[in-house]
Design a protein around this ligand. Structure first.
Ligand SMILES: [Zn+2]
Length: 475
């Protein structure tokens, strides 16, 4: 059996069928068995590539005659020569003939002599379809760049049309565009409102923010430096949760980022939202200190009692109890009383020889300085817990896992630059929030162009991508 697939072009205005000269594919199944059932992957890819090439060349042929006349006077433009233009699409690279024309005599002046017009290049500035950009970015948000390129090559006819370095460029470009879009939103956010006008949000259940550290591959900075990435998650009373993320060094204000994220998700500027975070002082909007991080610090102090040889075994229980009491005072919102208790314990132990060199001393001081610097964000966790209100950013831990760990994990030996991690985080969050599509990519370009026109090129937020050679290990 032989299946022949041919291309036939039907003119849009009439029913005339133009007989295509090309057979697109001949699929042969010589023996009558079901061993090779249906199209194979290779046959499917080759067929798609040929259909794409055929369709694009016909579309370009159809479109070109409308471009060969002067837009002002309608006179035919004279042909100079032809070049070829390569377009990258989801179904492979397509090379099309692109004629070059001489500009019309009606547009010539003493200052602007006759010039060459290149209609196809002007219409297809980027020479890559938004769908391919979408697929590359979406899969790079889930997989290392190399694996994303290999996977797309496997299922689509993209053998020469895709590379991991190309995908990385796309992520940097898109990440910068998404970032610039957020910055444009921030610039348009209304100012703060007076405290007495603030009301509790009826829309958001809770917001929690946490951070994680990634290995740095930027050799211009200290090799021991890490990339600090922040991820947050908002749960809503009437809808799925949403995520946001950024690299600390890449943004000017953490509070502005949170405000923009909330406002994009329908929270008005005069609405109060509870933000659970381990660094309350940096965030606005009714923030409270995360119980999870407080409990972890107390736990570290309690554990170091065991290993401390300045406390004998008889006394260990009472020291542990003292730390435990301080923890429950914090749970009930009595931060200053807890601080007094820790201070008293610390002064009692200071009389012991060598105590100030022990882990216990360090951990107790860590707890008290943490409570002191975040005193204003301590709340009565017990009362909140009884009312069923959130007290812990463990959902933010899952946001960090979701946004950061699964894709940029340290276990995978990945190294990042601040900019690379920031750009990927923007794309990944957009993908995970279900806000990423070929249409969104086109909208971003249009928005950047129109904003750039009215505010100058600098306002587009575009930055020079980092030196690729120096980031060879970046995934
Ligand atoms: Zn003209």
């Amino acid at each position: 059996m032989r299946l022949i697939i041919e291309a036939r072009l039907v003119d849009g205005d009439s029913d005339t069928v133009e007989e295509g000269d090309g057979v697109l594919a001949v699929i042969e199944r010589p023996d009558c068995s079901l061993a090779e059932l249906g199209l194979t992957l290779a046959e499917g890819r080759s067929l798609l590539a040929k259909v794409q090439a055929e369709l694009i060349s016909k579309q370009v042929q159809w479109w070109l005659p409308s471009q060969t006349c002067c837009q002002k006077c309608g006179a035919a433009l004279s042909h100079k020569d032809s070049r070829s233009t390569v377009l990258r699409t989801v179904y492979g690279k397509v090379t099309v003939k692109s004629p070059r024309l001489w500009s019309c005599a009606c547009q010539e002046t003493a200052q602007t002599p006759q010039r060459v017009v290149h209609p196809l290049s002007r219409a297809l500035i980027r020479r890559i379809t938004p769908e391919l950009v979408y697929l590359e970015a979406k899969w790079a948000a889930h997989l290392p760049y190399r694996h994303a390129a290999a996977m797309l090559k496997e299922v689509l006819p993209l053998d020469k049309g895709i590379s991991s370095s190309g995908i990385w460029d796309r992520i940097l470009d898109l990440g910068n565009q998404l970032d610039a879009d957020i910055e444009r939103d921030i610039a348009q956010l209304p100012g703060c409102v007076a405290d007495d006008q603030v009301r509790e949000s009826s829309h958001v259940a809770s917001v929690s923010v946490d951070s994680a550290w990634l290995r740095n591959c930027d050799f211009r900075t200290d090799a021991s430096c890490h990339v600090n990435i922040v991820a947050g998650r908002a749960t809503f009373k009437d809808g799925p949760p949403k995520l946001y993320a950024y690299v600390h060094k890449e943004v000017t204000s953490a509070a502005a980022r949170l405000d923009q994220f909330l406002s994009r998700n329908g929270v008005a500027i005069d609405e109060r939202v509870t933000v659970i975070s381990d660094e309350g002082s940096k965030l606005a909007r009714g923030r409270i200190l995360d119980w999870f991080h407080i409990a972890m610090k107390f736990r570290a102090a309690q554990r170091s009692v065991f290993g401390s040889n300045v406390i004998d075994s008889m006394e260990r229980e009472s020291v542990e109890d003292e730390i435990n009491h301080a923890k429950w005072l914090v749970w009930h919102g009595k931060g200053s009383k807890a601080l007094e208790r820790i201070k008293a314990l610390d002064s009692r132990l200071l009389s012991r020889e060598g105590y100030e060199f022990k882990t216990l001393w360090w951990n107790l001081n860590n707890v008290s300085s943490y409570l002191r610097s975040n005193a204003r964000t301590l709340v009565n966790c017990g009362a909140r817990h009884r009312k069923g209100l959130p007290i812990s950013s463990s959902i933010a831990e899952s946001a960090v896992n979701h946004v950061v760990s699964y894709r940029m994990a340290k276990k995978r030996q990945m190294r990042w630059t601040d900019e690379g991690a920031h750009c990927l985080a923007q794309v990944r969050v957009a993908v995970l929030n279900g806000e990423f599509s070929p249409r969104r990519i086109s909208e971003l370009k249009t928005a950047a162009r129109s904003y750039g026109k009215s505010n100058g090129p600098v306002a587009e937020g575009w930055r020079q991508p980092a030196d690729r050679a120096k980031c060879a290990t970046m995934q």
